[in-house]
Design a protein around this ligand. Structure first.
Ligand code: SAM
Length: 476
C-alpha cells in the first residue's frame, strides 16, 4: 500500500532525544547520504509524528540520518509520512524502525528498554524485545532492578489502600491487577512491616525510616503509632489539642498531604477526627485534593475513602477519581461506588465560592455562578444524606464570601455574598441539623503589609473567617 506523504519544512522537524533509540547520529552515514542526495538519489520518505508539546512541530520517528543529510545539503523540505501512533510507545516504534538497517548496540538496546519500561511499567519484556531486536530473557536482565522497584511500589500502594479500608475489589480495579495479586501482596505485609518496625525500635525517626524504605511518612506513622490511643498519637505527632471551639493554625503540617491549592492543615482534620469519630471508623472525603484527610486518617487509625476529580494514580492511588455532577433528577443518585459500607463521618472541604477557580481543573465547582454553586451544594448535601447512616456526622468546611476587595466595609451591600446562614439554610432543607460551628480562620499572613495598610486606609474589612460546621442527620 502506498503511504500518503506530504512535504514538511526541514526547520519544523526536530530530533527528540526522548524517543530516539540511538546514542547519537553516525556522521559517516550522514556523509554518505548527503553525497547520494547531491547525485540525485531519491530516499524513502522519513516518518514523523506531531510533537505533543510543540504545536506546529514534528518529531522524527524514522530517518534521523536522512534528515541530517537534507539539513547539511540545505534542502528546504522533506517528503514525510505523518504517523498517528494511537498509544503505541513512540520510542519503541522508533527503535523498531531503527533496527531495520542496523541493529542497536548493546548500550542502546539496554538504554531503550529501560527508558520504555520506566515510561510504562505495564510493557512486557517480549513486547520491548520485539521492538529492540533482543530476546525476552535479555530484556528481563536489562530491567530486573526497575521491575523490582515497581513491585515494591505496588506493595506500598496496596498496603496504603488496605490500611485505609478500601475493599480489595476496588484496590484491584484501581491498580489494574487481579484480586489474587492483591491477596498475595497483602500476605507479605507483616514481613515488610517488620523491617520498618525494627528500624523504628533502633531509634531511627519516622522521616528517616520513610526515606530509607521509600514509604510515605503518614504510612510509617500508622505503623509507629499502632495500638496507641488518640491522645498519645496527638502528643507524638506534636499537635497540641485545642479544647475550645476556636481552631487556628498559621501553617499546614507539611508531613501530611501534598502542596495543593486550598490545602487545609492536617491539624484541623485531626481535630475533626478526634472529636467526632473514633479509631477504625470509616471517613469519607468526596473532594480530597492533596490528600490531607487520608494521610491524617493513617496517622489516627481511621479508615478513609477519598475521591477527587483530579486523578493521580501513581502518587495518590487511594484518592479514587470521581467528578461529582448534579444528578438529572433527585431520584438518580450519582454515587461512584457500589461497595457496601456507609461512612461514620464525612469531611467535605469543597473549593470555596469564587476562590482559586484558575487553580482547579475544568468542571471544578469553583467555576460556578453563585446560584449554581448553592444549587450544587444543595443537591450534594441531599446525595450525601441518601448515602449516610442514621448516625453519620457531616463536617462541612467553608468560608464566608464577601466582595470586600475594593470596597469600604460600610459600602458593601451584601448582595452577591455567601455567608454562613446561606449554608445553614440549605443544609437544613436537605435534612442536616448543625450541632457545632467551629471557627477555624484562614491565616492572614498571606496578605502583604502593603496590602494591609492600603485596606486599612480605605476601611476595607477583609475575610479570614472559615468554619467547620458539624451536622447530624435529621429524621425526615
Ligand atoms: C479545597 S480543595 C480540597 C483540599 C483538600 N482538603 C486538601 O487539604 O488538600 C477542593 C477539591 O475539590 C475538587 N473538586 C472541585 N470540583 C469537583 C467536582 N465537581 N468533583 C470532584 N472534585 C471536585 C478539586 O479538584 C479540589 O481538589
Amino acid at each position: 500500500m502506498i503511504k500518503p506523504t506530504t512535504r514538511i519544512p526541514i526547520s519544523s522537524i526536530i530530533l527528540d532525544e526522548d524517543i530516539y533509540p540511538r546514542n547519537g547520529i553516525d556522521l559517516r552515514r550522514v556523509g554518505i547520504f548527503a553525497e547520494n542526495i547531491r547525485d540525485g538519489f531519491k530516499f524513502e520518505p522519513i516518518e514523523l509524528e506531531p510533537d505533543p508539546d510543540k504545536p506546529g512541530r514534528y518529531r522524527l520517528l524514522d530517518g534521523a540520518h536522512r534528515w541530517s543529510a537534507y539539513k547539511s545539503n540545505g534542502v528546504a523540505e522533506a517528503e514525510a509520512v505523518i504517523k498517528n501512533l494511537d498509544g503505541t510507545n513512540p520510542l519503541l516504534y522508533a527503535a523498531k524502525k531503527a533496527i531495520g538497517p542496523r541493529q542497536l548496540t548493546e548500550d542502546e538496546a539496554r538504554d531503550t528498554a529501560r527508558r520504555a519500561y520506566n515510561k510504562n511499567p505495564a510493557l512486557t519484556s517480549s513486547a520491548i524485545g520485539k521492538a529492540i531486536g533482543r530476546a525476552r530473557q535479555t530484556v528481563d536482565s536489562y530491567i530486573a532492578d526497575l521491575r523490582a522497584a515497581t513491585q515494591m511500589g505496588l506493595d506500598i500502594k496496596i498496603f496504603r489502600m488496605n490500611r485505609l479500608g478500601i475493599p480489595q475489589d476496588r484496590i484491584a480495579k484501581r491498580l489494574g491487577v487481579d484480586q489474587k495479586t492483591i491477596h498475595n501482596h497483602l500476605g507479605k505485609m507483616p514481613v515488610l512491616a517488620n523491617f520498618l518496625n525494627t528500624d523504628l525500635s533502633r531509634g531511627f525517626t519516622v522521616a528517616q525510616v520513610a526515606e530509607k524504605h521509600g514509604w510515605t511518612e503518614p504510612m510509617v506513622w500508622s505503623l509507629a503509632l499502632e495500638a496507641k490511643e488518640d491522645l498519645e498519637r496527638f502528643k507524638e505527632l506534636g499537635w497540641g489539642l485545642r479544647t475550645w471551639d476556636l481552631w487556628e493554625w498559621n501553617d499546614c503540617d507539611r508531613r501530611f498531604g501534598d502542596d495543593w491549592p486550598g490545602r487545609i492543615p492536617a491539624q484541623l482534620i485531626a481535630h475533626i477526627l478526634y472529636y467526632f469519630s473514633k479509631q477504625t471508623d470509616l471517613i469519607l472525603d468526596p473532594m480530597a485534593g492533596g490528600g490531607v484527610t487520608p494521610d491524617t486518617c493513617l496517622a489516627l487509625n481511621r479508615r478513609c475513602w477519598a475521591f477527587d476529580m483530579t486523578d493521580r494514580p501513581e502518587t495518590r492511588p487511594e484518592i479514587e477519581p470521581c467528578t461529582w455532577t448534579l444528578p438529572d433528577s433527585p431520584d438518580k443518585p450519582d454515587w461512584p461506588i457500589t461497595s457496601k459500607g456507609k461512612p461514620d463521618l464525612i469531611i467535605f472541604d469543597p473549593p470555596y465560592f469564587d476562590k482559586k477557580a484558575a487553580d482547579y481543573a475544568e468542571k471544578s465547582i469553583s467555576d460556578l455562578s453563585k446560584k449554581e454553586y448553592l444549587e450544587f451544594l444543595e443537591a450534594f448535601f441531599a446525595l450525601l444524606k441518601r448515602n449516610a447512616k442514621k448516625t453519620t456526622r457531616l463536617a462541612f468546611i467553608n468560608a464566608d464570601w464577601r466582595d470586600f476587595q475594593n470596597k469600604p466595609a460600610a459600602e458593601e451591600s451584601g448582595k452577591g455574598s455567601i455567608l454562613i446562614d446561606d449554608y445553614l439554610r440549605i443544609l437544613s432543607r436537605t435534612g442536616w441539623q448543625h450541632t457545632h460551628i467551629i471557627q477555624a480562620p484562614m491565616s492572614a499572613q498571606r496578605f502583604s503589609s502593603v496590602v494591609v495598610s492600603a485596606m486599612q486606609k480605605k476601611r476595607i474589612l477583609g475575610v479570614t473567617s472559615r468554619y467547620v460546621i458539624i451536622l447530624r442527620r435529621t429524621k425526615k
